[in-house]
Design a protein around this ligand. Sequence first.
Ligand SMILES: Cc1cc2nc3c(=O)[nH]c(=O)nc-3n(C[C@H](O)[C@H](O)[C@H](O)COP(=O)(O)O)c2cc1C
Length: 221
Amino acid sequence: MKIIAIISSPRGKNSNTLKLVNAALDGVAAAGAETEIIDVAKLKIKYCTACNVCHKTGVCPIKDTYNEVLEKLLSADGIIWSSPNYMINVTAQLKTLFDRSPRVTHEQLFDGKYGFSLTTAGSRDVNFVLDVMNGFMKMCGGKFTGGVGCTMAQGPLGMEAAIGKSYEMGRDLVEAIREKRKYPEQEALHQAWREGFRHVIIANKEEWPHNVDHWIAKGWL
Ligand SMILES: Cc1cc2nc3c(=O)[nH]c(=O)nc-3n(C[C@H](O)[C@H](O)[C@H](O)COP(=O)(O)O)c2cc1C
């Protein structure tokens, strides 16, 4: 079993958020799964140009490391998303990865995968940032098991508690994947989304042949 953690702080090894990620990955490793970190702050992923080629061919034509990152994410069983709070949101580096992924949404490519999110902030708004990351997972067909956030204003004890929770979340993620845990509320949202988006896929069937083939293969069309 493979779990990938996406990190997105430009502060490298000094990152507060990385402390939570490392604890989560220790939990993952203790539960017996393989781990890998991908640092999108180092990868210089370019902006989406809305060319729609990914929906036609299944491949993003922009020349950078995005397709390689996507392949790794698609081969993982679980994904840990992480970002510091930057202006009540995720970092631009992580948002750029999200924006490059419209095919992952259209084709629900995280279907069957599990994940959770980690954030740190100076003083507030951890829940909003966790919701952005878990919302992305959900929008792409994946399930999320929760999130851990910590503000620096809570002091060292707050960080210590968040590190402990992150470790437990890492262990629990592996457990959720092993037992194929059910999240009926999230599954109902996926189902409702597919029912609605089906009409968009049909309306764009000439322009988005790769999406259409995927939907047919999945039995959604
Ligand atoms: C550009 C920038 C924007 C930030 N915006 C917020 C914010 O809106 N709210 C907040 O509570 N903290 C904010 N912070 C503080 C960081 O979220 C906080 O220091 C975090 O722990 C940094 O994580 P890192 O060490 O993993 O990069 C901001 C920091 C920077 C550099």
